[in-house]
Design a binder for this molecule. Sequence first.
Ligand code: AHR
Length: 337
Amino acid sequence: MHSTTRITKWSTAFAAGALALGLAACSGGTTPAGDDGAGDGGAEGPITIGFVAVGPEGAWRAANEQNVQDTFTAEAGFDLKYAPATNLDQKSQIDAFTSFVDEGVDVILLSATEGSGWEASLKRAQEAEIPVILVDRGIEPDDPSLYVTRLAPDNVEVATAVGQWASDTFPDGAKYFTLEGPTGVGVVNERNEGFDSVIGKRSDFVKVGAQTANWSTEEAKSVIETVLKANNNDIQYIFAQNDEMGLGAVQAIEEAGLVPGVDVKVSTIDGTKNAMQALADGKLSFVAEYNPLFGDTLLEVVNTVLAGGSVDSQIIVPSTTFDSPEAAKAALPDRKY
Ligand code: AHR
């Protein structure tokens, strides 16, 4: 454990712009003795980070969690304690969170498998004056007083871009189906909110249904097989909330004797290599990146907070979109995940 001095400041008034410049807006609070906020731990030893993680879930998660572990290294002055959930079980996350509070780590990073059920844990960390940073996933109901900041791309914005692409792509509307992430995961509601902010205004878009496929290619293939049969293949569009599910939809479309990208278009969110290759091959029609590689920004946030600075309660990670095989082919050589 690092020094016993804790951050006492919980304010959330720091322009992300200053953070982007790596400036620590010292607005009071205290920093661990011997820590100059550079993450090198100072004379007291490494900064301890408890990472309450999701664990194996798909390509996006693997890229995100590896990026965090590659950032908070011993060489950089950190002792990152990686605690992936057991089979995506929230209780295993709450147990790990509690252990980190009891251990007195310097900072807790939380990627929640479930949006709700975190209030008691977050209050315990607050009482122990351990700053909590939400990584990717939010909490429901959202209460910024319970954490220092949430660092993620903006799900509503990303899904709004998907909705706008769909609206532009189908000028006469479409019958569509939504493949959702697991029930209870915060990003699912945010992505529906963004998508519906555009498509909800189009009366010529007919939603034949929505179902979770738990981020899984296999489950998504099975769901879309059923949906196509139930609708006599009269579906023009699938909104898949992540890449793996979109790729499963493509498999189902092909097995139904239909041509993905022609008979049925599929859009996805994440931007992992397999999806980008499928877009390049014309099997997916739109991929909205949800950038998982924000370890550098997370490092700035941690150092700012430990140096007594304060940060905005939400820090948005920039992401982009890809709407054609040409765009995917151009991007693929440089893709890092
Ligand atoms: O929370 C981000 C989502 O979780 C990604 O879109 C999905 O692929 C991951 O499993």
